[in-house]
Ligand binder design. Sequence first.
Ligand code: NI
Length: 172
Amino acid sequence: MTVRRVLKMGDPLLYRRADPVPNLDTPELHALIQDMFDTMHALNGAGLAAPQIGASQRVVIFEVSANSRYPDVETVPTTVLINPVLAPIGDEMEEGWEGCLSVPGLRGRVSRHQHLRYTGFDAMGNPIDRTVSGFHARVVQHECDHLDGILYPMRLADIRLLGFEDALFPDL
Ligand code: NI
């Protein structure tokens, strides 16, 4: 069990385009993914991208079950997604609140594609091909943005859509 330090907004590595993973099902890759899950679970996150723990590789994980950070949202299956490719379906966009372990204490209201197909590979090298909507689609877009050096505040239409959690949601 290794909980790694999560890089915070401002760290240059978070703004880099991460490198593709050349070989799947390697001990190094499995160790990285285990550290990512340990770190995400320790911080009660819904997702994590490898660059957030200092590994500039195209690996994301996500899962949404009963999570105190997102008490009211639909669940998302536990997923390891490597070398992802995202293809939005249609033009429909949806606004929603997002948080990020690299931007602690803040939430922002971000517009994302409502419907999306994504492909990639799991840790063993098995292909993944899913068509998703809503919060699942939002989580994938947020995590995969990390692989292109994009943090959600960079997608805000207005800086007033960013705020501290305890000011935005005083009852939580
Ligand atoms: Ni994030």
